[in-house]
Design a protein around this ligand. Structure first.
Ligand SMILES: NC(=O)C1=CN([C@@H]2O[C@H](COP(=O)(O)OP(=O)(O)OC[C@H]3O[C@@H](n4cnc5c(N)ncnc54)[C@H](O)[C@@H]3O)[C@@H](O)[C@H]2O)C=CC1
Ligand SMILES: CC(=O)C(=O)O
Ligand SMILES: [Mg+2]
Length: 354
């Protein structure tokens, strides 16, 4: 197989630490997986770059990224120094928009060796398909007047094209799994976009008569993710609902620090981007406390997307072997550092190949 070229954007905070871990895992894997040839190219864009230059990424950044097979991102944000809407819209969301990464795929399942905080969790395995290009994440709106008269307007944009695209992806995915799609709605409170969302869901469902469907209000759905996560297979959600549900799903798995995600360019015109669900976690940055599993599992999603299914499986196997041995960071009840967990995963990749 040809060499795959990955643009690595560690970003800020623990993004830098977990990216170093995941790169080490990828490099180790490439020494034992015959077909896997990887070139990892670093770009140190992010908040430090903003402080030096006034922009999160240089002007040519998007064109540069288009020359890669995939983009691998850590996390962005240094809220003590830069307002989050500037740093995230200047990098994370800019990349999602300009590379047309209109779907965000976020799996959540029980990981061997990681205890869910739920009292007696049943085995669960679901995937959230998050619409990733519009919805509540929108630049439409503004702020006018000031003082007591100040008004902020934020418009949520729902187009038929993007809504239907996310739903069709969810139904196609469900057909390869347990054939059930749950739609996250809120048509009892949001009177225009959510009844539209429900209508498109019902229309698309007609093309998939073999797939079971249900529509659940996002508030109840959040509760059900806690009380019966085993009931879900594929959940399709708007940008904000999907964002919130997947931090919750991460927590139900055991920690937001283990949750992965793939931002897909569905027509393959541009590279897709892979990033963990979590952010830059300034509260633990620089302390060797960051769980590297979210970023490492995300590397597995990236390899899977690029056709390296075996290499991807080996990463997941290595993660679960190491967690089963109890080599875990503090967020999932362990006493090991980022480096120790990373080393253990790399060691397993080498020893299991011999
Ligand atoms: N994809 C991205 O680039 C994202 C960036 N952000 C940005 O990150 C910054 C911090 O945001 P927060 O809301 O605090 O969310 P966060 O996800 O960074 O952290 C939330 C909590 O989870 C913990 N946590 C997160 N990842 C962890 C890991 N790998 N291991 C162990 N614990 C972990 C943190 O220590 C913190 O207590 C902000 O600037 C925010 O805008 C937030 C989410 C996504
Ligand atoms: C910013 C963030 O948490 C997300 O879009 O996933
Ligand atoms: Mg998020």
């Amino acid at each position: 197989m040809a060499k795959i070229k990955i643009a690595c954007l560690p970003g800020d905070g623990i993004g830098v630490e977990v990216m170093a871990s995941a790169k080490e895992v990828l490099q180790t894997l490439a020494t034992v997986e015959e077909d896997l040839k990887i070139e990892l190219v670093d770009f140190n864009w992010g908040s430090d770059h903003y402080i030096e230059t006034g922009e999160m990424m240089p002007e040519h950044a998007i064109d540069t990224l288009k020359g890669f097979d995939a983009v691998f991102l850590g996390a962005v944000g240094n809220p003590a120094l830069i307002p989050d809407h500037i740093s995230l819209w200047g990098m994370l969301i800019k990349i999602r928009r300009e590379l047309s990464l209109s779907l965000n795929i976020r799996p959540a399942r029980v990981i061997n060796g990681i205890q869910s905080p739920l009292h007696s969790p049943r085995k669960f395995d679901f995937i959230v398909v998050r619409e990733n290009s519009e919805g509540e994440y929108s630049e439409s709106g503004g702020v006018i007047h000031n003082g007591v008269n100040e008004i902020a307007v934020q418009n949520a944009i729902f187009t038929r094209q993007a809504t239907e695209r996310a739903m069709r992806f969810a139904f196609d995915l469900a057909r390869k799994r347990e054939s059930k799609v749950t739609s996250a709605t809120k048509s009892n409170g949001i009177v225009h976009s959510m009844p539209f969302w429900d209508r498109v869901f019902q229309e698309v469902a007609k093309d998939y008569p073999d797939v079971k469907t249900e529509s659940i209000h996002i508030d109840a759905l959040a509760a059900f993710i806690v009380t019966k996560p085993q009931n879900f297979d594929v959940i399709v959600a708007s940008n904000l609902f999907g964002d919130i549900l997947t931090d919750l799903a991460g927590a139900v798995m055991g920690s937001i620090g283990i949750a992965p995600s793939a931002n897909l360019n569905p027509d393959g015109r541009f590279p897709s981007m892979f990033e963990p669900v979590h952010g830059s976690a300034p509260d633990i940055a620089g302390q060797e406390k960051a769980n590297p599993i979210g970023q490492i599992w995300t590397a597995a999603l990236m390899l899977d997307h690029l056709g390296h299914l075996n290499a991807s499986k080996r990463i997941i196997e290595a993660i679960e072997e190491v967690t089963k041995q109890g080599i875990k960071t503090a967020d999932v009840g362990g006493a090991y550092s980022t480096r120790e967990v990373t080393n253990a995963i790399c060691d397993y990749l080498i020893s299991s190949a011999q």
